[in-house]
Design a protein around this ligand. Structure first.
Ligand SMILES: NC(=O)c1ccc[n+]([C@@H]2O[C@H](COP(=O)([O-])OP(=O)(O)OC[C@H]3O[C@@H](n4cnc5c(N)ncnc54)[C@H](OP(=O)(O)O)[C@@H]3O)[C@@H](O)[C@H]2O)c1
Length: 327
């Protein structure tokens, strides 16, 4: 079995979780870490067992041995760091939000296509067994057509103006951090809306801290989306269909639950806790695509990432969310 040499770009909190997922896989070599700071790179490399570490992202991207780079810098830097790796012909899996706006994502995808190099947005939900089950039920005649959705993600992080979540320069705000998940849910189960209406409230740093969104479809159907750093609503989505309802939820430890309540029938409940918080499924997909010589995944194709960022742009425009110098 071929061993793929992985590089980690930006060893923050998410990189630690993703690396724990990589450790579950037999065809992964934990090869190199790149940080803006050599001491941080060395610490992460030692803690997780990487062979090499670099005090710059350029050094990681130009190491000829690195084959796949996982990028988990703040959203504001995904475009720059993805381009750096693609130009050095590394396969890239980059965290959500893929970039700050559609233009940046279009350029990232064009570069991957031009270089004939693999690129995928690191979206957790589509790879999860419970999400796949929900899609399977949705695709069958069991529940019937989706008529409405309520989807939400909120939690209460301590306010810290220096944290990327509250810093507009770093793409801060609940929308790209957690609101992206209910947006993914609605795009997956109802498609791209014809109309988007959104209202937001803002923290003293200028970053959005709470947002309510309505999607409207040509045929009159609607969906409600909510994300916030002000409340603790958890993570969930209600899919209200002709013949019954599906209630999907997950906790912050990534345990997942699906309740299928078909009218007139006893409700069925499914639940699971994925190993390694479920992040390894994305890495498996990257390496499977490389084995097959592909530059994009069928599970998160470039077209889905484009629909997602276009929709996020429309939401931001409606709610008046601006990232300084980046629109
Ligand atoms: N898929 C998921 O479930 C999930 C969950 C959480 C977060 N994420 C995503 O992962 C990304 C990182 O989130 P995180 O929570 O890991 O953030 P974090 O802990 O703040 O780490 C971000 C890292 O980026 C690097 N960095 C580069 N330029 C920076 C700058 N100007 N300011 C601050 N840090 C900078 C830093 O590493 P060095 O300076 O050492 O290079 C830092 O450790 C975000 O895009 C987020 O949306 C995804």
């Amino acid at each position: 079995m071929k061993q793929y040499k992985w590089g980690i770009l930006a060893p923050g909190k998410m990189s630690a979780k993703f690396t724990n997922g990589l450790k579950l896989l037999g065809n992964v070599e934990l090869y190199a870490v790149g940080s803006r700071d050599t001491v941080r790179a060395e610490k992460f490399a030692r803690e997780h067992g990487f062979k090499k570490y670099y005090g710059s992202y350029e050094d990681l991207a130009t190491d000829p041995e690195v084959e796949i780079v996982y990028i988990a810098s703040p959203h504001s830097h995904h475009y720059e760091h993805t381009m750096l790796c693609l130009k050095n012909r590394k396969a890239v899996i980059c965290e959500k939000a893929f970039a700050l706006n559609s233009r940046e994502v279009e350029m990232m995808i064009s570069e991957a296509v031009m270089q004939k190099v693999f690129l995928m947005e690191a979206l957790w939900p589509p790879f999860q067994p419970m999400y796949k089950k929900t899609k399977e039920i949705h695709g069958s005649a069991v529940a019937g057509k989706v008529l409405h959705m309520n989807a939400r993600f909120s939690f209460q992080p301590p306010f810290d103006p220096a944290d990327r979540k509250f810093n507009p320069e770093l793409g801060g705000g609940s929308l790209l951090d957690i609101g992206i998940y209910p947006v993914i849910d609605v795009l997956t189960f109802m498609g791209v809306p014809s109309e988007v209406i959104a209202c937001a409230s803002f923290a003293e740093t200028g970053a959005e801290q709470s947002i309510s969104v309505i999607f409207r479809y040509e045929d009159g159907r609607m969906a409600n989306i909510y994300s916030s750093f002000m409340t603790n609503a958890g993570i969930g989505c209600d899919i209200l269909c002709e013949k019954g309802n599906l209630f999907f939820s997950r906790k912050r430890d990534m345990s997942q639950n699906l309740l299928l309540a078909i009218h007139g029938k006893e409700a069925e409940e499914y639940s699971m806790i994925p190993e390694g918080m479920g992040y390894h499924f994305e890495a498996v997909e990257v390496m499977k695509c490389l084995e097959e010589g592909r530059i994009e995944s069928d599970i998160v194709p470039h077209s889905f990432s484009l629909n997602l960022i276009n929709t996020l742009d429309r939401i931001r425009k409606s709610a008046g969310i601006v990232f300084p110098g980046r629109d």
